[in-house]
Design a protein around this ligand. Sequence first.
Ligand SMILES: CC(C)(COP(=O)(O)OP(=O)(O)OC[C@H]1O[C@@H](n2cnc3c(N)ncnc32)[C@H](O)[C@@H]1OP(=O)(O)O)[C@@H](O)C(=O)NCCC(=O)NCCS
Length: 184
Amino acid sequence: MKRDCTVRKATPDDLDEITAMWAHYIRGNRNNPVYRKIPPDSIEKRRELFERHVRGPDSTVFVVDRPDGGLDGMISCFVEKNVPYFNPPSFGRLQTPYVRPEARGRGHLRRLLDAAYRWAREMELTEVRLFTSALEPQPNQLAEELGFEAFGIIRRKPISWDYPPGDSPGGLEDGLSGRTPGAD
Ligand SMILES: CC(C)(COP(=O)(O)OP(=O)(O)OC[C@H]1O[C@@H](n2cnc3c(N)ncnc32)[C@H](O)[C@@H]1OP(=O)(O)O)[C@@H](O)C(=O)NCCC(=O)NCCS
């Protein structure tokens, strides 16, 4: 059965529901260490970022309307600068693609991505990038199928303050100061 669905740019009136979908998104990813022990005000802070993306000139959030007036899904899009020594100079960053469980499998993600690609063209971008959790094989497979080529994995390692033994936290006396961690 063909259902009504409209993809449109979110407005400030959508912020509560967008933020609620984000809460579901991170709950679904709760096994990912990045989403563990998040600060108590993270929902408030994330809402502020969504608001900047909704209002900003080089960002947007696309949402899928549902017939009862709520939202079925979203994707956040914003321009991000690349490091100065690689191309392209900037790319479209696609964040938190999310479709409510009861609305999945009806092509909403494809519609949201189509809107994101059109937005990227309007912004004169030649590339979009999408974060996928390394712990979730299905979204990664899906991203591959949708044409997103993986080019790196970000790995994390919590730093233990008593290792290596004998070093001071600043490491000044062993000549390590001034090193940039994780530089590209
Ligand atoms: C991933 C997600 C956004 C897909 O939304 P959706 O609206 O159901 O996706 P669509 O109906 O547009 O399906 C797009 C295509 O992906 C396929 N697909 C959808 N979910 C899939 C999954 N979990 N694994 C593999 N393929 C999947 C569909 O079969 C479809 O392919 P087709 O058009 O060739 O039939 C949704 O499942 C979701 O919100 N998941 C939780 C959050 C998440 O993982 N986000 C993705 C981070 S990259």
